[in-house]
Every structure is written in C-alpha cells, then in structure tokens.
Design a protein around this ligand. Structure first.
Ligand code: ZN
Ligand code: ZN
Length: 375
C-alpha cells in the first residue's frame, strides 16, 4: 500500500465538517494573501499548520498554493497525515525539506510569502533551495485569521473552559494548607487529565503567600501556609484548544489589606467583563480594569496587560493591553485577568476566558468570583 492509496476518501468520512471549516479558512487566507500581493504561503508554525490542515504532528511545513495545500512531513506521520489532513496533498520528507521546496513552488505565478517566525537556523537551512523562487517574508496572516473563532472551534473551547472551571472548583474539596504548591498543582493536573484534558498548555501556577506577588510563579516545593492568599492559574486543552483561568483563594483568616486588594481586583475584573463586547478596543477594555485599580491606589502593582487571545495556543492574538491596536470582534476568545501584586505580601489575580459577542460575552470558564476559603 503506498501513500496515495491511504489517501483514498473513506465512506462516511467523519472529517467532513472539519474539512468544510478548513476550506473556508483557506479561502480567507488566499484572499488575505492576494491583498498582500502574494501568490502562496510557506507555513512553519505548527499551530498555524494545524489550523489550516488539521495535522497535529511536530514536524511539518505547509505550502498554501493557489490550487492546493501541500503538507510536507516525514514517514513517522504518514498515517496520521492521511487521517487528519485528507484535504491536503501529502509529500514525504525523506531527507531535507529544502530538497522538496523547489518542486513544490515551481510554476507558482507570483511571489511566495515565507512565515517570518521561523528561526535563523531554519532559514539558513532553507535559503539556498529558494534561490530560483521569488519570495518575501510575510508574518501574521494565519494568526490574524485565528483571532476570530469559527463555530466549530467554540465547542472544544467551551469544553476546555468548563473542565477548567470544574478543576479549579475542585480545590474547595481538598485540603491544601501545609501541602507543597507542586503537590496541589499535580493533583489539579491529574484531575483535569482524568476528565479529558490533554497535557496542559502551560506549567500550572500555584503560588502561596508572598510568592503570589510574582505573576508567573511556577508551583514550587514551598508549603502553602495558613492565613494567606493562594493564586491558582491553570489551563486545560481539549481537541487542541486551550483554556486559561485564575482564582485567588484565602487559606484561613485574611488581614484588611489582602481583603482590600481582593475586592479591588474582583471589582476591576467584573467591570471589564461587563464592558467587554464587540466594538470596544482592547486598549479601552484594558483601561476599564486598570482605572479601578488605579483609583484604589494600586496602579504601580498591576504591571501586565489585561488579557490575551486564547485558541490553539494559550497566548495568541489579540493582546488586550495598553499598547494593543486591536478592536474586539464577535467570535474572539480572550482572557480578562487583572491583578495586584504586592512584594512581600502576596498577589491577587482573577482570570476568565471569555467569548466576545455582539452585545456582551459568554464566560467560557464559569465559576463564582467571590471569596473561597480553603483549609
Ligand atoms: Zn492564566
Ligand atoms: Zn492568561
């Protein structure tokens, strides 16, 4: 059986809706490329490759050409490519991908765009093979398309979010005080994976006490102390789609200042959730939360952006920050995650992943935002 035989369409092919969705993505991409004066695109980013072809392997290059999409990967992935990407032409990399590019690209009428996120080393290995090809660097085309989710992407995003909310919610039923942060992180990961999450999209943050003042503190061997704050920022992944969520808990009695920063962050997050909708700029939305924190006197302690896009990657476009030029559109999925971080005292962050709609949002990580005391 050769590769061609394996690619015969199977009767009752259950990929049909995905193939339809990809067809639309490719139409949109080609239209963007045409606007940019490019006849085709060489895609190196693996998330972009998955978006355009369905293929989830770890070694591939894709050529989006006017009449076809070519998936170049190696023998290890021959069967997987046939299964996941029946609507792409499979070309096997036997030695180096550079050896195949001239034959794939020859005859294309117009310049080829090269995704500019590839490494310098990768580029050095390819450059000579493109000597006869007209090309130019072209970044961000697929990332821009990925910002607005299709209906077929919302289902896994919803499942990932619900599972994530359930996972953080399960903390209320387990003892945490006196346990190592890393033990709690592991227990949460096992909980999520037993219920359908793939390997998590980032290292879990479980940061007790003063460690919570580091926004990206990975779970450590430190023991979780009583009467402090505990920041838990974790993620799930379902069918390739991520979700991202943070809750901050009390581990016993909390002093006035910690209560105060919790209330400020909660108010900032709630106000931003209420303001989020299609048409608001990312900068405006960031300001909604930032103003609440600034009015309370903590402007200097909220040093990151309000949020980021979520999809095939846990951090993707658009950025929701003071510097962003983006406007939110219906179908975008972003996080809303203000925080206050006080050195020596601890931190508070509250984060949801939300779907932007015409006149509001759908919270994809539904869980109460109030105080929860852990034991
Ligand atoms: Zn997060
Ligand atoms: Zn986040």
């Amino acid at each position: 059986m050769n590769a061609q035989d394996e690619r015969m369409p199977v009767e009752g092919d259950n990929h049909a809706p995905e193939v339809e969705a990809r067809k639309l993505r490719r139409v949109r991409l080609r239209s963007r490329l045409a606007d940019d004066g490019i006849a085709g695109l060489l895609v190196f980013d693996l998330h972009n490759i998955r978006y355009l072809t369905g293929f989830s392997g770890t070694n591939a290059v894709v050529a989006v050409l006017p009449d076809e999409v070519v998936l170049l990967t190696d023998f290890r992935y021959r069967l997987q490519a046939a299964d996941q990407a029946p609507d792409s032409r499979y070309l096997e990399i036997e030695q180096k991908v550079s050896g195949l590019l001239p034959e794939v690209l020859v005859g294309v009428d117009g310049p080829i765009g090269i995704e500019d996120s590839l490494s310098v080393a990768r580029w050095n290995s390819l450059e000579d093979s493109l000597a006869e090809i007209e090309y130019r660097f072209a970044g961000g085309h697929v990332e821009q398309l990925r910002r607005v989710k299709g209906s077929e992407e919302l289902e896994p995003l919803r499942r990932a979010g619900q599972l994530l909310a359930q996972t953080i919610g399960s903390l209320a039923e387990r003892p945490v005080v006196g346990r190592a942060e890393s033990d709690v992180a592991l227990a949460l990961e096992v909980y999520a994976r037993e219920r359908g999450s793939a390997a998590p999209p980032f290292d879990f943050i479980v940061a007790g006490g003063a460690r919570g003042a580091m926004p990206h503190a990975e779970a450590s061997a430190a023991l979780i102390e009583p009467d402090g704050l505990l920041v838990v920022d974790i993620g799930t992944e379902v069918d390739g789609y991520a979700s991202d969520m943070t809750r901050t808990f009390a581990t016993g009695r909390i002093n006035e200042e910690k209560k105060r920063i919790f209330d400020v962050v909660r108010k900032a997050q709630e106000k931003a959730r209420r303001a989020a909708r299609a048409g608001i700029t990312c900068r405006e939305l960031d300001a909604v939360a930032r103003d609440v924190i600034a009015e309370a006197g903590y402007a200097a302690y909220f040093g990151h952006g309000l949020g980021h896009g979520v999809g095939l990657e846990v951090h993707e476009a658009p950025r929701v920050s003071r510097l962003s030029e983006d406007v939110l559109e219906a179908g975008m999925v972003v996080t809303i995650e203000p925080g206050i971080y006080l050195p020596g005292l601890g931190g508070v962050r509250i984060e949801d992943t939300v779907l932007i709609e015409e006149d509001g949002i759908e919270i994809l990580t539904p869980l109460d935002h109030g105080w929860v005391r852990l034991t």
